[in-house]
Design a protein around this ligand. Structure first.
Ligand SMILES: Nc1ncnc2c1ncn2[C@@H]1O[C@H](COP(=O)(O)OP(=O)(O)OP(=O)(O)O)[C@@H](O)[C@H]1O
Ligand SMILES: [Mg+2]
Length: 311
């Protein structure tokens, strides 16, 4: 079983209108709701690919219930951590030519909620399994939450895959997760350096894996593919040619497929990277926040090339 942890989920509501006019009633033609959150994305992708996963997520109020029903409907096992405050709803308005994204304030989290999260994680995440921890944190929760929970999980020999940005990433790294997956911008922020060439990224990637004592470092490069730094060398995922729609969620899909192939199917790093590359690209083919379709993934997987870099 691969677990995921989402501390700051949201219900993404898309409203489709012809145009936005002031002082007039605007008719909404269609409303689509999606469960959102980076850990939730990871579990949804693993489920779509046929793996066994459970999404642990903070949820609250009606939006929280709706997320739970939607995940259940997709067959994603969800372990909710119910809190009294309503899960935020983000509203996206799409006109014929524009998109407006409204991100609503995130809730405050209380001390007792934090204890409950830790307890649930401890009870459900079994020894010798893997967990993907990703995304932002709700208000009131310090970045050190990530270093604390990672260090607790590691005591039970749980492999932690970690995807966060800025201060949260830096804090989490203090407890030495097994793997992180920054994109290039996140990696540059982490090492506080602008990287101008692939050679430079490779040099800094090798250094960072050592300095942060990581099992594996994955750096995703969007349409340029990805680089992976592991014990047995550096690998390059060659970019796949696709018709791009929206790459939102591509990084989550990349990580999801990697963990599934590596930890559940027990395949090699190279093979797992081929799957990860295909999953990221397949998600970039779908609109908005929609994630991959298995048939696109399978078609791209056949074409996905990973090469070992000669150092
Ligand atoms: N336009 C694209 N063409 C081909 N592959 C892509 C494209 N965009 C993304 N990918 C694949 O998906 C992977 C992850 O993408 P990206 O680097 O954009 O992640 P990200 O910025 O972390 O995304 P997010 O945080 O929204 O999930 C890339 O390494 C690549 O394999
Ligand atoms: Mg990302």
């Amino acid at each position: 079983m691969i677990f995921s942890l989402t501390m700051n989920p949201s219900l993404d509501r898309f409203l489709y209108v012809d145009e936005l006019k002031s002082d007039d009633t605007i008719r909404v033609k269609k409303v689509n709701d999606y469960p959102a959150g980076k850990g939730i994305d990871v579990s949804r992708v693993i489920e779509e690919l046929g793996g066994e996963t459970a999404a642990i997520s903070i949820l609250g109020g009606e939006a929280g219930e709706q997320i739970l029903y939607m995940l259940q409907d997709e067959g994603v096992i969800t372990i909710p951590v119910w809190i009294k405050t309503e899960t935020r709803t983000n509203v996206m308005i799409e006109t014929k030519s524009e998109q407006f994204r409204m991100s609503l304030p995130t809730y405050e989290i209380k001390g007792e909620d934090i204890e409950m999260i830790k307890e649930i994680v401890e009870k459900f995440v079994k020894k010798d399994t893997s967990i993907v921890i990703s995304g932002s944190l709700p208000n009131g929760l310090k970045s050190s939450f990530y270093s604390n929970i990672i260090s607790d999980l590691k005591k039970d020999h749980i492999k932690v895959y970690f995807d966060a940005d800025g201060e949260k990433l830096r804090e989490g790294l203090k407890s030495k997760p097994h793997c992180i997956k920054p994109n290039l911008h996140e990696f540059e922020r982490l090492i506080d350096k602008k990287l101008l060439s692939k050679t430079q990224i490779i040099d800094e990637g090798i250094k960072a894996r050592k300095n942060f004592d990581l099992g594996i470092l994955l750096i995703s490069l969007g349409s340029e593919g990805a680089l992976a730094f592991s014990e047995d060398g550096v690998y390059e995922c060659k970019p796949l040619e696709i018709e791009v729609d929206s790459s939102v969620g591509s990084g989550d899909s990349f990580l999801a497929a990697f963990v599934y192939y590596k930890e559940q199917l027990n395949l090699s790093t190279e093979e797992s990277l081929r799957a990860a590359n295909a999953a990221g690209a397949a998600t970039a083919m779908t609109p908005g926040t929609e994630l991959l379709h298995k048939k696109d993934f399978l078609a791209l997987y056949k074409k996905s090339i990973v090469e070992k870099v000669n150092l």
